[in-house]
Design a protein around this ligand. Sequence first.
Ligand SMILES: Nc1ncnc2c1ncn2[C@@H]1O[C@H](COP(=O)(O)OP(=O)(O)OP(=O)(O)O)[C@@H](O)[C@H]1O
Length: 352
Amino acid sequence: MSETNAPTPLASASASPSRRDQPGYDYDRVELRRKLALVPEEPGSSKPDPILVVDNVVRRFGGMTAVDVGHVEVQRGAITALIGPNGAGKTTFFNLLTGFDKPNSAPSMLKRGADTAKWIFNGRDMGAVGAAKVSRQGMVRTFQLTKALSRLTVMENMLLGARDQPGENFFVAIVKPLWRKREAEIEAKAADLLERFKLYEKKDDYAGSLSGGQRKLLEMARALMSDPSMIMLDEPMAGVNPALTQSLLGHIQSLRDEGTTVLFVEHDMHMVRHISDWVIVMAEGRIVAEGPADTVMDNPAVVDAYLGAHHDTDLGDDSLLTDESFDEIEAEVAHEADARKEADARKEEGTA
Ligand SMILES: Nc1ncnc2c1ncn2[C@@H]1O[C@H](COP(=O)(O)OP(=O)(O)OP(=O)(O)O)[C@@H](O)[C@H]1O
């Protein structure tokens, strides 16, 4: 199977509807960029429609402060990159937000006040919420596949990612027609996602036998099984070959175009420049700069952060990925979106 295939949108009726099809969703990238252009390019700036608002998240390891974020907001429906030199605190921040770690500033029986940690996702307070519940609320992050998951097949990995498994609901679990139906839906959805990520032919292979790039695709596909409102990707491009890089970028753009908010940590500045609607920069645990990708790299605070920590970081030379190749991806994604609209319209006409 080729790794270079372009992304395929969800095609069959058995997949859950994308957010684009849900009432009230009106994605318009030009409008989004126009709104973001009005946002002040400063750390902690307010966004027009934040899906995530974070306050006072502090994490110390011994005497070292890994994360000290006073305030930050993530715009709904946008692709936001979280960048920063090695050790800036990006992964620790992801772990805290998704319930896999707890801030030292977490509110307690003794202390709850203006300086205690608080983060609101989609209008809900997530501060005291564990990892499983965070994911059920629609904030899902990708992980590297563990050894155990490598010994499961690609399809088994997908089924593990599903929300509302029949066994989770006692009533559904004991009424056979109900769980049969739900099980079939989940399997159909997994199959659709695997098709979309060009992994369907590998469905019965062990996940451990996939290439590094295919594992990244599987991680993303598995995360999408729970229909997240926001997907958080930790270094999606690490270890991925240039051909599959383009495919991954296309997938991330289509997710955003379908209404999923994307927050990703990445060292690859080519990727950051080309697909981000907004960039947040961390250094030494703090947010030091924010702005659109084409200007934020020139911010003196960003140059300082990278020069101070990481002299050899390439902040913008596109050697592998040219503007033409990204234009091609964008055109392909737009073409597929149009094809999807046409198919939906035909389907509607057929059922009218
Ligand atoms: N469990 C831990 N125990 C002790 N120190 C830790 C732990 N986890 C992270 N750190 C430290 O916290 C700091 C922030 O680490 P983190 O991995 O969050 O940075 P990062 O920005 O994701 O870096 P990279 O880009 O290299 O992945 C680093 O100095 C790291 O050594």
